[in-house]
Every structure is written in C-alpha cells, then in structure tokens.
Design a protein around this ligand. Sequence first.
Ligand code: SAT
Ligand code: MN
Length: 591
Amino acid sequence: MPAKSPGSCNTTNHAVTSWVDEIAHLTRPERIHWCDGSEEEKSALTKLAVELGILIPLNQEKRPGCYYHRSNPNDVARVEQCTYICTANAEDAGPTNNWMAPDKMYAKLRALCDGAMRGRTMYVVPYLMGPPGSPLCKVGVEITDSIYVVLSMRIMARMGRQAYDQLRDSPHFNRGLHCMLDINPERRFIAHFPEDNAVISVGSNYGGNVLLGKKCLALRIGSWLGRKEGWLAEHMLILGVESPEGKKTYAVAAFPSACGKTNFAMLVPPPAFKGWKVWTIGDDIAWMKPGPDGRLYAINPEAGYFGVAPGTSTKSNANAMQMIQRDTIFTNVALTPDGDVWWEGHDAPPPQECLDWRGQKWTPDSKEKAAHPNSRFCAPAANNPMLAREHDDPLGVPVSAIIFGARRSTTMPLVYQAFNWIHGVYVGATMGSEMTAAAAGNIGQVRLDPMAMLPFCGYNMGDYVLHWLRMRKLISSPPRIFHVNWFRKGADGKFLWPGFGENMRVLKWIVDRCHGHADAEETPLGWVPGPRAFDLTGMENFDVEDLEKAQAFDVEEWRNEVIKSNELFLKLYPHLPKELIFQRELLISRF
Ligand code: SAT
Ligand code: MN
C-alpha cells in the first residue's frame, strides 16, 4: 500500500476507505493525500502547484490570493461527444445522451486507469453539495491526481471534514474518480453511472469535465436522483430581488452555458431603480424541492462561481469584477507583464504586450484572441459583495418565478410569460439557443436545448419533461414561468436591447407579475408587457421603437420555430409526454 501522507486518513467510514483502497490498488499512486479542507492544506498545495508550474502567482498586491493556470490547448471546454450516461438499459439514457453499457465502460476505463497514478499523488477530496444539514445536501468524494482540481473543488464546493461529518457511516455518497492520464482527446471520457451514483472522468483537466461535483454530480447524477426522490436538479441561477420596501422575491433562471447566467445572477440595477437590490444565491445550478407550504424551494449546491471571463467588465458585471480581485484561480485568460490578467471585453484597454492563453507573446495587432473565449475565473461565492445571506439556508428560498432564456438573434421576444405551468414546461422544453464556446461544437448554430439541460440531463429527456409536468402535483403554489431573450438583433446586426443592468427593467416586470401587480397583454405566445409596463426612466438614449422590435412577434419566424421543435419531438417521441403535443397544437392555433 502506498504511504498515507501528508494528510492521514481522516475518516472511519468503511465505504470510503475501502473504495479508496480499491482505486489505489488500480491506479498505484506513490502517495495518498486525504484532503481536510484546512487553510494550511490550501497553502501547502498552492505552494506545491507553483513549484510544479501548475499555477503562476499573480501580482499579490493587486490580486491577493490569485493564481493563473493554463490548460492544455486541446482541453479548453466541455466535450459532449466524450460524455456518457451508462445505464443498464440504453433507453434510460435516452436519445440525447451518449450511452455505453456500464460493464463495457467500466472495463474500458479500468484499463485506462491501471497504474495511471504511478509516481504521483492521489488526492481524496470529500465535499458537500448544498448547505450542511439541508434535506437536499449530497456528499461526494472525488479522487483525483490533479492539484488544480483539488484547489478548484475547494472553491466550488464545501470541501473537507464537514463532508465526512455529514456522511457519518453511510455508504451513500457519490464516488468520483478523475485521472488526467496524458490529456489526450482520444482517451477522454466523462462517464456517469447513475445506478451506482458514480462518475469516472479521464483524459481531461478542464473544469466542467473534472470538477465532478458540478455538472457530473449536481446535474447529471442530480437530475437522476431528483426524478427518483421528487425534486429538480436544474442548470439555473438563483437570485433574490429586494424592493425599496425590503420585500424579497426569488427567481431561478435557466440559460445555456456562456449566455450570461453569472451576469444576471449578479445584476446591478440602474440608477433609476433607487433602493432596488439584486442578491445572488447561485449562478449555475439550482436544486429545487417542494416545501411544506406547497411552494418550490431552491438551494444552490455550489460554493463558488466558475464564470466565463471574456466580456466580464464593470459594465457587464461590477460585482464579479470585485469578487475576482482576490482568492481566484484564472484559467486560459491573458497574462500581463505586471502579473495581472486581461481578456477581451475587460475594462482595461488591451495591453501593449502580454502572454496569450497559450503562453505566446500577444500584441493588439495579433490576429488571435488573447484570452480563450471559454477562459474562466473560479472564485469563492463568499467574495461576492451581493451574496444573499440565504445562500447558506438549508431550507433554501421560495421560488416565485422560473425564467427560461436563450441566445437568439431573431424570433424570440425580450420577455413573455407562459399561460400556466404546462405551457411553461412546453416553453422550456422547446427552448433553442445559439451555441457558444462553452462546449466544443458549431458556435452560433441554433440547437434545441430543453431547459438548458441538453448536455446535463442524466436520463431520458422525454422522461425529464414528464418529471417536470408531474412536479406540478406536488406544488400547490407554483412559480410563474417566463421566457427572456437579451440577444435579439435589429436589421443592422446590433442588439435591440442594451442588456446587463437594464435587464432589471424586465426583471421588475417579472416580479410584479408574480405579485399580480403588472399589466400584460395576451398574445399567441403568452402574456407580454403592455406598452407602458416597462419603466424606461434613465434610458433617454434608448429608442422606444427598438423595444417594440425586441418584443415583436413574427408569424413566419414562429412557423420555423415550431418546425424546428419537431426535430426534438420526433427524437424523443417514444417518451414524449403527449401534453407537449397538445401545447404545440394550441400554439399553432393561436397564430
Ligand atoms: O464548463 S462548465 O461546464 O463548468 C460551465 C458550463 O459549461 O456551463
Ligand atoms: Mn453552466
């Protein structure tokens, strides 16, 4: 057996120790480090990562506690083609997931992991997803050979002893194994075994593929558990809107990756909204369960934000700019000569010279971008100046509004409200969005992404939609459902709506609708704000006609939209709830 150093085994949980033994036997590390989540451990691992060249310290005066990391250039985003749901029955994974039989995948991955940690340290990372003591909180243990993963998991999840304290002697925890291997895309697999509550990820060291608490446990395995246990695991931010009178209303919002969830979750209201505040509970994932009062309650299982850096500025997200001043790990952004970071869309003008995300000399004349479009910051939620106190509440927050959002340059209005829950589920299920750099693929192409969960649903997408419909029976006071689109463009190719802080105006209408206070007009799509429903104070340079264009309903575009949604309907047909087909018929008849 390898030496158990430097942290000695800090759990007596037999299921954990025997699984760690099994993995050590397979991967043959030189050392096992049992992480405890302490500050001393963080300092020691950071120092080691710097010595090994995995992290570069940034200018500690400007950015205390901040470090820089470059990934392998072949490993910069999630890889959906390498992501598998391995269930005994292929139909349980459904037509939108890659599937392989568990035995076959286990055999393949065991062969790849055989001796994979020889001469290296194996880290055992216990963590909690969710506030301790929450009925939704889950325990995971990730075994990894990447210090970058350990330090990032320490930010993204509640990592350390508290996980063993919650687990006690239970065998019910998510078993996550991560082996970097040689970061070869040919040998890259992110395999989920929902029936075993297990994940194995090999051949990558990129966040979404390897921080196993995040997309793997909190969404893919989470959605599977949610269906079994009667709750929802969603790709949603959670925010609280506080009115000048101090009344708080909570909303969750699903947008595909890199469509502005972090910015929306940290929105700063414009000056005209004096006294209004937006508080963040989460920026990426919501776990939601009906409460005893019949409302839907949401927790954020995470403890940090893994946000897209390019485009982040004081204008787009002033709170994030403050948050990432300290204790942040930056990956694949540009490194300036004074030990600071820069990216396209940053407040600061492009540096005269810097190193790009690949480590090559970059100047403003370079053709390539300095920061990778999917470069990221990884920062503790505790640094967010607008972090809601309720973010730690084990019971979560009661949700009044569910917002679906997409990146669409045409068709989709700025905002509309679904007529009811079933219609809202149809709206979410037929969501289409232009693809972004967050996943390898055809950027800009519209793809159907039901509830922004296409890459993250751990079971048959048809059953997933059915689960949403069934949840209504467990919620006597359901949230209202909305659809928004900040990205519609005019004939000149420019965005019709300014977005960012101005989205507060849309959010206020949504909040008012939830309380029965705002005007709306009925359209074929749903309820939309009346002509004077939006408060445009302070937008003197905004052309009101652009708002009309942003809200316009175009029958031709919607015909195409319905035709496009048929693709998904046909794909999911054997498991598609018939309610969705009725909803489509109703929509067509309303045109
Ligand atoms: O890269 S992550 O999967 O962590 C973020 C995202 O794509 O939503
Ligand atoms: Mn995400």
